[in-house]
Every structure is written in C-alpha cells, then in structure tokens.
Design a protein around this ligand. Structure first.
Ligand code: AMP
Length: 546
C-alpha cells in the first residue's frame, strides 16, 4: 500500500479504572452490592456508597505517601471492601496486587517480596497467614485489617491498623488523576505447578477493554437487569474482571465472602435470587451435591459460567436437567485477564437436539472479539481449523500478556503471540476445544491421549467424586494412562466397575491401565489438579505391577 493514511479525528480519552467507578456512580447509583462478611453477617450497600468509599481509599493512600506505580496488596475474599480497593487503589494510580491465600507460605513470601508490596489490606481470616510469614516480608510497611473497629484482632503484625477507622478519617472528595492508560492497574501471580509464581501486570487499558468485551451476551452477559454471584475469587484474575464489568452495566453483585461451601452458597442464592453464577467446576460440584441432598432447585439461576478447568458433561447435564440452568463453558488464563473463549447460548444452538447441544457445550467456546487464536505444530506452523487436528494454542490481543513482571523468560512468546501451554483443536466455526495441558497429555505408542477427556468421562460415574488421570511409564507403549479416583464415602465400586463404565464412552485404547482409589488429590492454589507430584509418585507403577 502506498500513500499516507488519513488520521481519524476522534478524541483519545484514556481508558482508566477511575472512569468505570465514576460512570457507575452517575449511571447506576442505586445498584445494590450484597456481601457475606468474614464477621459472619450480610452487608448491603449501593454502587454510590462504593464509589464514595473508593475515594476515601485514594485519600488514605495519599496520606500513606503512596506514589503512582507503588504496589498495594490485598489478601481478601470477595466482598464490598475488596471491591472498593479495586477502584480506590488503581484509580489513585497505584497497583493492586491481589494475593491468592491458597499459595504455599514460601510462595506468598516470594510474591510479596517480588512485587515489593508496601502495604497489605487483609481480611480477618488471613491475619494469621501473614503473622506466620511476617519476618520474611520486612519490606511491607504496614497491614490494614479489613474490619470494623470493634472486630480489630489482637495481632503480632507490626503496624496493623483498622480499615474502617482509617477510612472514617478520610474525606470522600478526591479528584481522580488522569494518566496514560497503559499504566499498570493491578497484578496477579500465576500459581504455576513448578518454579516460582510469575507476575502478570494488567494495565488500565487492558482492564477496561476486557470489561467492555465481557459484558455482552456473547460473553458473560452482565446486563443491568442481571444479578450475579461471582464465586470465582477476586484474588484470582480479578474475579474474571466482573467487578469492572458490573461498574459498566450496573449488574447487582452478590459477594460470597468466605462462604464457598454448598450450604452457604445456597443460603445466599435463596436470599438474593441471582440469575448468573460464575466459578470453577469444583465449587459447582459442591453446590450440586448440596442441592441433591436437600432436594431443592436453583430456581432463580438461568446461567452458570464455568471456567478454570474443563466442565464435565455430567455437570452440563445436571445443571440443565435438574435446575433448568444453562452452563456457559469458558476458557481463559491469568495471562489473558482472563477471558479467551466463551461458549454462550446462541441462535445456532436452537436448531440442535439437546444431546447435540450438550456436545457443543462441552467445547470451551469461541473467542470473544479482541482475542485472536490459532493452533500450531512444533515448527510453529499454523494447523487447520478442522475440529480434529490439534496443536499448541497461541493467542494475542489487547488484554493478553506480552511479558512477565521483572522476568526475562520469553519462552512463552512466539512472534507476537502468547503460547498458552494448552493443546487444542479449533473447528470451522471457531469453537475451540482444550485437549490437554501440553505437560499433561499422555503419549501412548506415539499417539496422544487427553487426560482431561478421560477425567471428564470418569467423573460422570455417580459414585466417583473426583478423578485425575496421569501418564505412567510402560514397557511397550512408553506411557499409559492411570486413573486416580476418589469414591463417594459409602461407595464400594471396584476398578472393574469403573473400567466397564468407561468402556462405551472412550476409545478402547484410551482405557486406563489401572484405576487406583485414593482419599484425596492435590490441587494448585487455584483449585486445579496438581499432577507433577502424582506423576513422580506413580511413574513406575505399571512397570512394578506388570
Ligand atoms: P489460570 O491461569 O490459573 O487461570 O489457569 C489457566 C489454565 O487453566 C488454562 O491454560 C487451561 O489449561 C486451564 N483452563 C481454564 N479454563 C479451562 C476450561 N474451560 N477447560 C479446560 N481447561 C481450562
């Protein structure tokens, strides 16, 4: 192309997180935000209150001499105070580092020091966690406990102060600063299965664009008419960006706080009647089991967004057939803010039989506009979108990482694309299906077996609670699948029963070589199966038992 482009004549207003809360205050002042608190009670206030208190947070940061770009950490459940920090800290120009409390102590120490957090805002629940590691995080200048004055605990944390007392002393007048939209707004460390966690630094621009892209019906569907319950934690990829999306549309939020078990979730659902739930499969297993045990239906719920791990077919069916709820399967990563693909309800599904629709729903979905994706082979050549060929999944887009924080490792970045570490297929309608993590796929006689597909098939057995499939060394085939399974407490099913159950659900040569019943399975801090140690433990199982 020759000649000069004609430049458009449009304003370049920066996309800032403060703009989201200002919009919310003006447009949705009376939208309710309901939270279960660590103190045990239910708290209610409105978007207007949240906006006001975010400005008090900003004034507090100023009083604490926080400079733009400084890292301020939070160690908290989903709740209104955490919501205020999202806007107060980022809006001020500092960076909110949301810490995952499920990380091991050494990982917590590592990320707090690596991020150089100056202050940590902490929920009552997690005070002991910080007390235990305090001597190793001496760069932290103070701890602000997210509680009322009369709930302030006796703590060995040095310079511990009460959030509500501090906020009470601050004015709610604060002029949000304007700065470059590329400035960092928040950060989250990946929990990783090996090595130190890696920091992902989100910008104001990436956060706002991601929020704008997430609200529509082709994505999460967070309209002003919806009331949603994000069980996905605010300490992991910003609760999938939903607090920001809610500020755009004014959807009502119901925060579950520390009550993540089936009974507590049901209590909140029954009281607040959300039509949309968001979370990882493990949480929904607990909720579905609880609903079975009390014989009730999730009347208000229309959609359940499931991501973080593959949604098993049995769950897709269960939500639909027992609760009239549509399971929206979604896939993403910490490095992608996190939304990549969403399998939302669409007109095409209307023409399918229920069985065909279930098959389609089991796929991880189509990319939200803004995310480009492709699959490649080992030579980085693009593979066909035929729904069969699988390869390494690469992505790019305005809310996808282009480098880890203070980390020179560029091995995940290929010619402007990010290598997700997932192996996938993409079909001619751009539906993507995750086959496996590239590290977890089992190579049997040169052919690949998807550990995820096997797990999902096995967990459909009514007497199994959780399943994990790993590759074990095999004399003839190099590697063969082993199924580790947790049975329901009263169950007496045998290895043979499980293999029979699987026999008409998967290819014969995929049948596990052994089924081992275990009492528990290890998980990462974000609830995914942690297979590294299991692979080591069972590496020679088949050689030894042959
Ligand atoms: P994280 O960064 O901890 O959120 O983990 C991201 C990884 O979780 C992805 O790379 C996938 O391997 C996995 N994951 C997320 N969503 C799904 C899904 N719907 N199905 C299968 N795996 C998923």
């Amino acid at each position: 192309m020759t000649g000069q482009l004609l430049v458009g004549q449009m304003m370049e207003r920066p996309l800032l997180i403060s703009g989201l809360i200002e919009h919310a205050e003006q447009t949705h002042p009376n939208t309710e935000i309901v939270s279960r608190r660590c103190e045990g009670d239910i708290h209610r206030y409105t978007m207007k209150d949240a906006a006001k208190r975010s400005r008090q947070v900003a004034n507090l940061l100023q009083r604490l001499n926080i400079a733009p770009g400084d890292r301020i950490a939070s160690l908290a459940w989903n709740g209104y105070r955490h919501f205020e920090l999202y806007f107060g800290v980022s809006g001020y120009g500092a960076v909110l580092h949301t810490i995952n409390p499920r990380l091991f102590a050494e990982q917590l120490v590592y990320i707090i020091n690596h991020a150089e957090d100056r202050y940590i805002f902490v929920d009552l629940t997690f005070v002991p966690l910080l007390e235990a590691i305090q001597e190793h995080i001496q760069g932290v200048e103070g701890f602000i406990v997210l509680c009322d004055e009369d709930k302030m605990p006796a703590t060995s944390l040095s310079n511990a102060q009460c959030y509500e007392t501090l906020l009470n002393n601050e004015s709610d007048v604060f002029a949000w600063p304007e700065f470059d939209e590329r400035a960092a707004a928040s950060m989250c460390y990946t929990s990783g299965t090996t090595g130190n966690p890696k920091g992902v630094l989100y910008s104001h621009r990436s956060t706002v664009i991601h929020a704008m892209a997430s609200v529509g019906e082709e994505a999460l569907g967070l309209a002003s008419t919806s009331c949603f319950l994000p069980v996905v934690p605010m300490f992991h990829v910003n609760a999938w960006g939903t607090p920001y999306s809610a500020a755009i549309t004014g959807a009502k939020q119901v925060f579950p706080g520390p009550g993540m078990d089936g009974a507590s979730l049901w209590e909140l659902i029954d009281a607040e009647q959300p039509d949309l739930l968001l979370g990882v499969p493990t949480v929904w297993l607990m909720l579905l089991n609880h609903m079975d045990s009390i014989g009730k239906k999730l009347e208000s719920v229309k959609n359940v967004v499931v991501g973080g791990s593959a949604a098993p077919m049995s769950m897709i069916r269960k939500f639909q057939e027992s609760h009239d709820a549509f399971l929206i399967h979604a896939w993403g990563m910490t490095e992608m803010s996190p939304i990549g693909t969403v399998n939302s309800h669409n007109n095409h599904m209307e023409s399918l039989s229920l069985e065909e629709r279930y098959q389609l729903q089991a796929k991880q979905g189509r990319p939200v506009y803004g995310v480009e994706m492709k699959i490649v082979n080992d030579a980085n050549e693009t593979l066909p979108r035929d729904g069969k060929t699988f390869g390494r999944l690469l992505v790019r887009g305005p809310w996808i990482i282009n480098g880890y924080y203070k980390n020179d490792d560029t091995s995940s970045f290929v010619d402007g694309w990010f290598d997700t570490g997932d192996v996938a297929t993409i079909d001619s309608n751009n539906y993507m299906t995750i086959v496996d993590r590239s590290k977890d796929v089992i190579k049997s006689g040169g052919e690949w077996i998807s550990s995820i597909d096997l797990e999902n098939a096995a967990v459909g057995h009514p007497e199994l609670v959780e399943c994990c499939v790993i590759g074990a060394r095999h004399a003839k085939w190099d590697e063969r699948p082993l199924l580790l399974a947790i049975r329901k407490p009263e169950s007496t099913i045998t290895e043979q029963d499980v293999l029979e159950y699987l026999s008409d659900k998967i290819a014969k040569w995929w049948l596990p070589d052994a089924v081992i019943f275990v009492d528990s399975l290890p998980h990462t801090a974000t609830g995914k199966l942690l297979k590294v140690d299991l692979r080591k433990e069972y590496e020679n199982f088949l050689l030894e038992t042959a």
